[in-house]
Design a protein around this ligand. Structure first.
Ligand code: ADP
Ligand code: MG
Length: 355
């Protein structure tokens, strides 16, 4: 063997490529769940039920009452880059739905056992299909892989079992199913607060009660009350901000100066997608530092809608981060509004205690 010779380059197996991509998109059960919630909301659902076993590692099931999936589409449903939401690259600039690149179900099918049961509104028949590695698969060896007829309500039920069963290193990295369950509860709670008009429930397998249960008609403030408690809900101020120059509008609820906690809770949605932003978090904390005791932090729910033409959602397949134009100006505008509201409440409180 010539030690100095270059190593030959070979294409990876498609299956390996897909598994690598899947592992990037779905790092923990909560990431699969987030994609499934977004799909259900995209499908126009008004009721969404989540069932979780062993922190989602054994079972993640989400049942919706949305528009369902056409039987004819079931064969390509879990192939990579199949979607009903994006047709050409330019559409990325106008995309209104949560999902857009047709990778979620494909990814899940590569690293878990995936079953889809679905019924559209114009038929009495539901269909059930099993997937493995992006393709239709038989439920049991020897059976047909074709979707089978079954009974069911209109809508879709997605069942994800044995997540990471074929990625043993990832699987072993999860020490505590209860930590994973807490992340799931946190994520369901975020969407339950944000998605007005949609009812949510989340249940741990084997428990008689539900951990989260929100009716479709519940108001935003009562959603916050049910999930974060009355201590938070009783001290909320509403804020809004918008500026056509920067192409955005923002609204939300934030705690006033009467309330503080050890760590900031920021529920941030950009164009209806739950995302993280350390810049926004820092600016919000900075704003509150003038009103709260040292080490005291707020609860803030912020929904930010930005002209899709100004947002780059394509930074990463997880879509957990987004880039947008005039970030500094937009953040400043929102924080000014929160500051004004906080100051107004603060003065009225000082005034009241003086008289
Ligand atoms: P994306 O959401 O990016 O399109 P996904 O892999 O998440 O990609 O889903 C692929 C397609 O499957 C979606 O475009 C949609 O047409 C369909 N789909 C997925 N989940 C649901 C659901 N709960 N109800 C109806 N259709 C769904
Ligand atoms: Mg999706």
């Amino acid at each position: 063997v010539d030690e100095g010779a270059p190593r030959r380059i070979k294409a990876l197996d498609q299956d390996v490529v897909n598994k690598i991509a899947a592992g990037e998109i779905i790092v923990a059960p909560v990431h699969a769940l987030k994609e499934l919630i977004e799909n259900a909301v995209d499908a126009g659902s008004t009721v969404l039920e989540v069932l979780v076993r062993d922190g989602g590692l054994k079972l993640l099931q989400i049942t919706d009452n949305g528009h369902g999936i056409d039987k004819e589409d079931l064969s390509i449903l879990c192939e990579r880059f199949t979607t009903s939401k994006l047709k050409k690259f330019e559409d990325l600039g106008n995309i209104a739905t949560y999902g857009f690149r047709g990778e979620a179900l494909a990814s899940i099918s590569h690293i878990a056992h995936l079953t889809v049961t679905t019924r559209t509104k114009n038929t009495d028949l539901a269909y059930r299909a099993h997937y493995d590695g992006g393709k239709l698969a038989p439920a049991k060896p020897g059976q047909s892989a074709e979707p089978g007829r079954t009974h069911g309500r209109p809508g879709t039920q997605i069942t994800v079992e044995d997540l990471f069963y074929n990625v043993p290193t990832r699987r072993r990295a999860f020490r505590s199913p209860s930590d994973e369950f807490n992340k799931i509860i946190d994520m369901v709670g975020r969407y339950a607060i944000h998605c007005a008009g949609v009812g949510f429930s989340c249940k741990k397998y084997g428990d008689s009660g539900t951990t989260i249960s929100i009716q479709a008609t519940t108001s935003t403030i009562d959603r916050i009350r049910q999930i974060h408690g009355s201590n938070v809900a009783n001290e909320l101020i509403e804020f809004t901000a918008s500026d056509d120059r920067w192409g955005f509008k923002a609204s939300g609820w934030a705690t006033n100066a009467n309330y503080h906690i050890k760590k900031t809770t920021l529920l941030l949605f950009i164009n209806h997608r739950s995302v993280e932003s350390s810049n926004i978090k820092k600016a919000v904390e900075q704003t509150y530092s003038a009103f709260l005791p040292k080490n005291g932090h707020p609860f803030v729910y912020l929904s930010l809608e930005i002209d899709p033409q100004r947002v780059d959602v394509n930074v990463h397949p997880t879509k957990r981060e987004v880039n947008f134009l005039n970030e500094d100006e937009i953040i400043q505008c929102i924080c000014e509004n929160i500051r004004d509201k906080l100051a107004a409440v603060d003065t009225s409180r000082t005034f009241m205690t003086q008289t």
